[in-house]
Design a protein around this ligand. Structure first.
Ligand SMILES: [Zn+2]
Length: 497
C-alpha cells in the first residue's frame, strides 16, 4: 500500500499512480468532501461526474454515526476513500472533544484507504509562539499515533500533515521532520483554506514551495482545502498531487457558480459559459426559479464538473509538456492568479530542477513575453552555454527569424565559433540550433522590448566571458538594430549593443 509511481513529469509536477486498497489512483486528483450528515449531493452524484475518490470526516462519522466498521460499507461506496480527522473543526471552532489517539484508533476501524491523524492546524495566526506550538504538537501527535499506524499500514496510507502557517521557517522544519517519519507514506500541507478564500494565492505559492522543496520527491503530496480550480495548475506545477475541498457545495449554497477562470453569482449570468449536462439542459433563469434545494444541488454538480474539467486540462498540459504555458495562460484570468504566476517565477530554478530534460511528446515551446524567460528550457540554456568552450579566436553571430538554415554564406563559418542569436535564449551554438528546444521554439514575429533588452544583455555577458579577437554579426538588423559587420574587433559590437 502507498507505492507511488511517477509516470510523466513537467516542471516540478507529475502524473502519478498511487496504489491503494481500493484501486490505483491517478494523480493529480481531487477528493470532493462528503458531509456524512448533510448531503445535498450524494456519492452517486460524485461518481457520475467521474470522480473516483472522496474524502469525509472521521470526527463527524464518530460523532453522528458512531459505527465501528468499514466506512466503505457504511457509505455503500467501493472506490478510494480518504478520512480527515477533525483538524478543520479545530481550526473553525477551537478545540474538539476527542483526542488524537481516539480518532486514529477509530480511523483504523473505518479502514479508509488514506487517513489523516488529528493534527493541530496553524491557521493564519500572527503569534509565532502559537504557530510553533501547533507544529510541535502535530509532530508529537504523529509519533503518538505510530503504534496504530504501524498496525494498519497494509490497509491504510497514513498522512503526516505539515504545519507552520505563514511562517516559512516553521513550514521547512515541519516538512523535514514529517518527511523523516517513515511510518507516513503521504504528506500534506495544512491551513491554506483561509488564504484561498481571500484569493491570497501568492503566499500560498510560498508555502507550497517551502514544504515541497524540503521533502522527498517520491512521496505523494496533498493540499488540504485546495478547492479553487484557479490555483490547481500552480499547485501541480510545484508538485502537489492531490486536493480536497467542500468548495463545490459551499459555493453552491451561496449561489456561486465556478468556471475554470472565475466565480460568478448565479444572478449575474444571462448564459451558462459551460456545456456540462446541467448547463446544457438549463438556463440561469431556469435554475434561478427552482426551489432552493434543487438550485444548490445543480450548481454544486456543475461546480464538480468544472473541477473535474480543470484537473483534466492540467493533466493533458502536463503530458504535452505545456504546463508552463498553461499557468502563463491562467495568470491572466484574475489579478490573484497573475500574482501567483509572478510568485512562481521566483522558483523557476526549482521548476527547472525537476523538469524532464527530454520530453516525450513535445510539440513546440511557445514563448510570449518576458515571463517566458523563466521557462526551464530557457534557464537550462544558460547552464548549457556556460559549459561550451571557446575554440577559435573568431566569433560569428547570426540572427535568424526563420527555421530555414540561417547560414547563407558558409565562408563565414570557416575557422570561427558560430552561434545563432536567438531571442529568449541568447547565443545558441550552431551545431545544436536544430535540436530541442531551440528548433521547436515558437515566438512572435515582433519581439517585446524587454526580451530584446534581455537578449542584448545576454550577448554582452557572452562576449565579456570569452576572449574573441574578432566578431562578425550577420542578419541582426531587424532584431538588434545592428548592421552586419565582418571580422571587426569585439569592442565595436559592444558599442553598438
Ligand atoms: Zn456546467
Amino acid at each position: 500500500m502507498g507505492d507511488f509511481e511517477i509516470k510523466d513529469e513537467d516542471l516540478a509536477g507529475r502524473i502519478g499512480i498511487l496504489e491503494t486498497k481500493h484501486g490505483k489512483l491517478e494523480t493529480p486528483a481531487f477528493f470532493p468532501v462528503i458531509n456524512p450528515v448533510k448531503n445535498e449531493i450524494t456519492i452517486q452524484d460524485i461518481l457520475s461526474v467521474g470522480f473516483e475518490s472522496i474524502i469525509t470526516n472521521a470526527f463527524l462519522i464518530k460523532k453522528y454515526i458512531g459505527k465501528e466498521e468499514d466506512l466503505h460499507s457504511i457509505l455503500n461506496y467501493n472506490k478510494i476513500l480518504m478520512t480527515d480527522s477533525g483538524a478543520y473543526q479545530i481550526l473553525q471552532y477551537g478545540d474538539i472533544d476527542v483526542s488524537n489517539v481516539d480518532i486514529v484508533n477509530y480511523e483504523t476501524k473505518l479502514k479508509p484507504d488514506i487517513a489523516v491523524i488529528l493534527d493541530i492546524p496553524t491557521g493564519l495566526t500572527e503569534d509565532k509562539k502559537e504557530a510553533e506550538k501547533s507544529v510541535e504538537s502535530t509532530i508529537s501527535r504523529a509519533k503518538e499515533a505510530s503504534k496504530f499506524v504501524e498496525l494498519s499500514k497494509d490497509e491504510i496510507i497514513w498522512v503526516h500533515p505539515i504545519q507552520g502557517g505563514m511562517y516559512l521557517d516553521l513550514i521547512e522544519y515541519s516538512a523535514r521532520i514529517a518527511d523523516m517519519n517513515q511510518d507516513y507514506k503521504m504528506l500534506a500541507l495544512g491551513s491554506p483554506t483561509v488564504l484561498m478564500q481571500r484569493y491570497e494565492y501568492a503566499p500560498l505559492i510560498d508555502m507550497i514551495y517551502k514544504s515541497k522543496s524540503n521533502v522527498s520527491r517520491g512521496k505523494p503530496f496533498h493540499l488540504f482545502g485546495g478547492g479553487h480550480p484557479h490555483i490547481f495548475a500552480f499547485a501541480v506545477a510545484l508538485g502537489v498531487d492531490t486536493f480536497d475541498s467542500a468548495s463545490y457545495i459551499l459555493y453552491a449554497r451561496d449561489h456561486r457558480y465556478m468556471t475554470r477562470e472565475r466565480v460568478y453569482r448565479l444572478e449575474e449570468l444571462d448564459y451558462f459559459p459551460c456545456s456540462c449536462p446541467i448547463c446544457s439542459r438549463y438556463s440561469p433563469k431556469d435554475v434561478m426559479e427552482m426551489p432552493e434545494e434543487q438550485k444548490v444541488r445543480l450548481i454544486a454538480l456543475h461546480n464538480l464538473y468544472v473541477i473535474k474539467e480543470e484537473i483534466n486540462y492540467i493533466k493533458q498540459s502536463l503530458k504535452e509538456g505545456r504546463l508552463f504555458e498553461y499557468i502563463q495562460q491562467k495568470a491572466y484570468s484574475h489579478p490573484s492568479t497573475f500574482e501567483a504566476f509572478r510568485r512562481i517565477l521566483n522558483y523557476s530554478k526549482y521548476l527547472e530542477k525537476y523538469d524532464p530534460r527530454v520530453k516525450g511528446e513535445v510539440k513546440g515551446v511557445f514563448l510570449f513575453d518576458n515571463s517566458s524567460l523563466h521557462r526551464p528550457e530557457v534557464i537550462r540554456h544558460a547552464y548549457t552555454l556556460s559549459k561550451i568552450k571557446q575554440r577559435s579566436k573568431a566569433l560569428v553571430l547570426y540572427c535568424s527569424d526563420s527555421k530555414d538554415n540561417p547560414l547563407k554564406n558558409t565562408e563565414d563559418m570557416k575557422n570561427a565559433d558560430v552561434y545563432i542569436v536567438l531571442p529568449f535564449y541568447g547565443c545558441v551554438p550552431y551545431n545544436v540550433f536544430f535540436t530541442y528546444p531551440y528548433f521547436q521554439s515558437e515566438m512572435p514575429s515582433t519581439i517585446d522590448k524587454d526580451v530584446i533588452y534581455d537578449l542584448k544583455n545576454k550577448l554582452k555577458e557572452f562576449l565579456s566571458q570569452r576572449s574573441y579577437e574578432t566578431v562578425s554579426i550577420i542578419g541582426c538588423e531587424k532584431i538588434l538594430h545592428v548592421d552586419s559587420i565582418r571580422g571587426a574587433p569585439v569592442n565595436l559590437l559592444l558599442n553598438k549593443l
